[in-house]
Design a protein around this ligand. Structure first.
Ligand SMILES: [Zn+2]
Ligand SMILES: [Zn+2]
Length: 275
């Protein structure tokens, strides 16, 4: 049996014509998990053959805006496309419940219009929010998911996730820098998905706000070190900062390959990797 990983959106906060915001789809054992809900998610999800009512659970690595901009769209799409009540399980770090409450407040006018308009609709979207700090966050149907705190300070708290299914392992590392929790999640993983940054390219842009991104994202070298240390088979580079200029993706792979002896995949939107 396998775990399928589809990089739905591989962008960053800076809008890109080619990269939707950060979101990753993981499918295993007949279950469908979404990790983060960035810009343009609904379009990419549909392109991957999935619609919101099919999602088993939405997991959030952290509450940075680029990772949650379209969570409201998941909530609404699931609600209006489900013929019967279909609560959306959302699992994230402490603070997630307040964000979901605020999303529901934002949607209040829309919810009232639709309930008034559709006779068969008697209630708004139902979400079940679980805030976690780590540990086993899902264990059903042969799929176990473990969360651990990661280091994306000053953004706190943040989570990484390890998805296990019949001997296969996929890790969603999130946005942070190397840390013990991330190493534990990655131990022996088949696929490790990590946000990365090219420090020399960021330093070439003399804007302090951009330079500030260096100290809380893994550089490509650090991601490669984590992957090598943990014995990972395939490192998947996502959310590259800055977005690679056309024709330069091979540079990122070559830098990682200096220290990491496994396979390196430079993800574009809808890149699919199977563990
Ligand atoms: Zn991000
Ligand atoms: Zn972030």
């Amino acid at each position: 049996m396998t775990i399928d990983v589809t990089l739905l959106g591989t962008g960053s906060p800076l809008p890109s014509p080619d990269r939707a915001g950060p979101s990753t789809l993981v499918q295993a054992g007949g279950q469908t998990f979404l990790f983060d809900a960035g810009r343009g998610l609904g379009m990419r999800l549909t392109a991957a053959g999935v619609v919101a009512p099919m999602l088993t659970t939405v997991f959030l690595t952290h509450l940075h805006s680029d990772h949650i901009t379209d969570l409201n769209d998941v909530v609404t799409s699931r609600w209006v496309m489900s013929p019967a009540p279909n609560p959306l399980p959302i699992v994230g770090p402490v603070g997630t419940a307040a964000v979901v409450d605020a999303i529901m407040a934002m949607l209040a006018p829309d919810i009232s219009y639709r309930i008034a308009h559709h006779e068969d609709m008697t209630q708004g979207p139902q979400n079940t929010v679980t805030e976690v700090a780590g540990g086993v966050v899902h264990d059903a149907g042969g799929v176990r998911i473990v969360a651990a705190a990661t280091d994306h300070r000053p953004v706190e708290p943040t989570l990484g996730f390890r998805i296990e299914h019949e001997g296969k392992v996929v890790v969603i590392g999130g946005d942070g820098v190397p840390c013990a929790g991330l190493d534990e999640l990655c131990a022996g993983a088949d696929v490790y998905v990590q946000t990365v940054l090219r420090e020399e390219l960021v330093r070439a842009v003399p804007m302090q706000r951009f330079l500030d991104t260096i100290d809380y994202h893994s550089t490509i070298e650090q991601a490669a070190d984590t992957a090598q240390r943990a014995g990972v088979k395939t490192l998947v580079i996502t959310h590259p900062v800055p977005a690679p200029a056309p024709g330069t993706a091979h540079e990122w792979i070559e830098i990682a390959a200096k220290t990491f002896t496994g396979e390196v995949v430079m993800a574009n939107d809808l890149t699919k990797v199977t563990a």
